[in-house]
Design a protein around this ligand. Structure first.
Ligand code: F0G
Length: 463
């Protein structure tokens, strides 16, 4: 397709890595295999020095970029069809974009949630559904970026520790690129749908009798010894891909950002990435302000919430994590500092929700015809609390970031509708308000005789 000549083409500007802790700057080739700073052990963030140095008419032209990105949606070029590489001017991380490995990720739908909006008394409530990606989670946007870097640098093997979705995405992109992948998962603690994907895409999948946090420790030991490229979200290139939904959201609102974005928190890479995306849009003059970004955790896996409550994240203590939302069963999140900064800089909040609140919210998103996996539903459960506390106003435009597809964890959904998911202790027993909500949402399959009369009778009973 035709390309516009921007005043200052941005692909030629090299990126560098800046330590989020001590501020040390290194070239990306100097990064250690575990992507930790050699000086202070913190994580890195990608920065593009040219953006800061260029002033006045040398700055990229926001209008031209917006036009170019929209035009690309009509292009038949593979890179243009990707909702990540469509924005490649803002992630010049490859020497050659021909090395990009893409499954046409991104460009996910932004759905209106009218029933939940009405119930909550907010005028405009939307869901950005990242479960509508090629491997059905938000991880694809980060994986296309970081795995492309691995390919460009000549790695044969890539690896991740995962609660399931990262491994599914990594295995798919590695297979697509003709590379080999190694997955470490906590045994018995990931949803079957995700495990089946890693197997199908040909990953070497190792189940370890430890939790996610320990899997990541083991993997760190491995990449220090063998030429294997680490693809967890400690890898800052992952976050470059995962920042692009921020661009899509801004574009969908015609570059007037929503008031509030609500994101689930696990290892805290995604909230960090989205914050970076909005911050860069603002710095480059593509939007006038940032949305508030709030992070919601499961009450049984809430180290960030505890840290905020204790001392506004001046200190951080890992927790032992327990939640049925297995995707976010993480007690020692790698990117806590970055996520805390995003929440603080944007004026967002960090809070937790119970197992019963997650289950109800998931069914309510399902009842809108969308569905999502349990970890994604914390966003709606969190919004209810923010609304009840008066932190979200009725006129606020709110976007929930749904991270995974409902079919990722069908067992959870079936257990909910059969009534076997939650204990009385979790729901507060049969008379509680949450039990009433659950009763109204449950739709178990009904066993009926194979006659029209029996089916019609069953229907009537349901009405
Ligand atoms: N939602 C889903 C569906 C996830 O799979 C994850 C993380 C999160 C939310 C939390 O995102 O870690 O960036 O804060 N899953 C990782 C994995 C850890 O291995 O698939 P985060």
């Amino acid at each position: 397709m035709a390309t516009v000549r921007l005043k200052a083409g941005m692909n030629d500007i090299l990126h560098q890595l800046r330590c989020f802790g001590c501020g040390a700057r290194i070239q990306s080739a100097q990064a250690q295999p575990d992507f930790r700073c050699a000086q202070c052990g913190e994580l890195f963030e990608i920065e593009y020095p040219g953006w800061i140095e260029r002033k006045g008419s040398d700055r990229p032209n926001p209008g031209a970029l917006k036009w170019l990105w929209r035009e690309r949606r009509c292009s038949s070029e593979l890179l243009d069809q990707s909702g990540v590489w469509r924005f490649r001017e803002l992630l010049p991380i490859l020497e050659n974009f021909g090395n990009a490995v893409s499954l046409r990720e991104g460009n996910t739908p932004l759905y209106h949630l009218p029933r939940n909006a009405r119930k909550l008394g907010v005028d405009q409530l939307y869901a950005k559904h990242q479960g509508m990606n090629p491997t059905s989670s938000f991880k694809d946007t980060g994986m296309t970026a970081a795995l492309s870097v691995a390919r460009e640098r000549g790695f044969e093997w890539v690896a991740c520790a995962s609660t399931g979705n990262t491994s599914a995405a990594m295995a798919a992109y590695a297979a697509r690129a003709g590379m080999r992948s190694l997955v470490l998962i906590p045994e018995g603690k990931i949803a079957w749908g995700k495990l089946s994907q890693a197997m199908d895409y040909g990953a070497v999948t190792c189940q370890l009798p430890v939790d996610f946090d320990r899997c990541l420790n083991v993997l760190t030991g491995i990449v220090r010894q063998a030429p294997i490229y680490l693809l967890n979200s400690v890898n800052p290139f992952r976050l470059e891909g995962q920042k692009t939904p921020a661009f899509e959201i801004a574009e969908a609102f015609d570059w007037n950002v929503p008031d509030h974005l609500i994101v689930p928190g696990g290892n805290l890479g995604n909230s960090s990435a989205l914050g970076k995306g909005f911050r860069e849009l603002k710095e480059l003059g593509l939007v006038a302000r940032m949305p508030r970004i709030s992070v919601i955790q499961a009450a049984g896996a809430n180290p960030l919430v505890q840290s905020f409550n204790r001392d506004q994240c001046a200190t951080f203590e890992p927790v032992e994590a327990h939640t049925r939302a297995t995707a976010i069963r993480i007690g020692n999140p790698a990117s806590w500092r970055k996520a805390a900064r995003v929440i603080q800089d944007t004026g967002g909040w960090c809070l937790d929700v119970t197992e019963a609140e997650i289950a109800v919210a998931k069914a309510e998103i399902g009842a809108e015809g969308l569905g999502c996996e349990p970890a994604s539903a914390v966003t709606l459960a969190g919004l209810k609390k923010l609304r009840a506390d008066g932190k979200v106003k009725s006129h606020d435009v709110v976007v929930l970031l749904l991270t995974g597809h409902t079919l990722k964890d069908a067992d959870y959904t079936i257990d909910f509708h059969r009534g076997s998911l939650l204990s009385d202790e979790e729901t507060g027993g049969p008379g509680s308000a949450i039990s009433a909500d659950i009763g109204a949402l449950r739709r178990n399959a009904i066993a009926v005789d194979a006659t029209p009369a029996a089916v019609l009778a069953a229907m009537k009973e349901q009405i």
